[in-house]
Design a protein around this ligand. Structure first.
Ligand SMILES: [Zn+2]
Length: 222
């Protein structure tokens, strides 16, 4: 059961096509897992359609709005167009895939297709998107492992795909999406029951709160 969802503002921005590629990937992936947010998304899309119909009654402004919506539409197609070849859309074992389709386009398949690089003890990542300072990466954290304490200069979205983690007294499991901003200084800890795999989107470099994190930041590039 999903407890943590994106805000309505974020879903509306995604429906309007005004999110960048990395945040669009996080929203598309969450929506694939979450009927509640798909419902909200459909509502915002319908609202956008109604706005277009109303603007047709006011021809002076219709062109400008349609131009804006046209631009928005082309933005939302980025995620679909920028797909690398998908090698194994369905897990070979016959199990349901761990990664929803939008994510598989970027990884090139399910979890077994991910190519991990070590970030630190018990933490690996796979960069997926880096556009205009906004990055999306997969993180793989060993059971019970604490991530470096860090705060944010910008926003961070974290979507859990496997296992769980705890941060700020809240637990996040598959499908949950945590929204963190510059006010939050946290130290997520992976659940002890399983490896934790998440999709993380950041729009500014993280600020690490301990000396090890600060020491490693120039080398790991996050
Ligand atoms: Zn949701």
């Amino acid at each position: 059961m999903i407890i943590h969802h994106p805000s309505d503002d974020l879903i509306a921005a995604y429906a309007a096509g005004s999110l960048d590629e990395a945040n669009s990937l996080a929203l598309a992936t969450h929506l694939t897992l979450c009927p509640q947010c798909r419902h909200a998304y459909a509502g915002f899309e319908a609202l956008g359609g109604t706005m277009v119909e109303e603007m047709e009654l006011a021809p002076m402004k219709a062109d400008a709005l349609l131009a804006t919506l046209g631009r928005a539409r082309s933005d939302t197609t980025i995620v679909a167009e920028r797909r690398p070849a998908v090698k194994s859309p369905v897990a070979k074992s016959g199990q349901a895939p761990l990664f929803p389709m939008p994510l598989q386009f970027y990884v090139g398949g399910d979890l077994d297709a991910a190519k991990w690089k070590t970030l630190g003890p018990g933490i690996q990542h796979m960069p997926l998107i880096s556009t205009d300072g906004v990055t999306a990466r997969l993180l793989r954290i060993a059971p019970g492992q604490a991530v470096f304490e860090h705060s944010h200069q910008g926003n961070e979205l974290t979507l859990v795909l496997r296992g769980s983690y705890t941060a700020g007294g809240d637990r996040y499991a598959r499908g949950d999406l945590e929204m963190a901003d510059a006010e939050i200084n946290h130290r997520p800890v992976a659940g002890s029951e399983d490896v934790c795999v998440c999709l993380a989107v950041t729009d500014a470099p993280l600020r690490f709160g301990n000396w090890l994190g600060r020491l490693m930041q120039p080398f790991i590039g996050i």
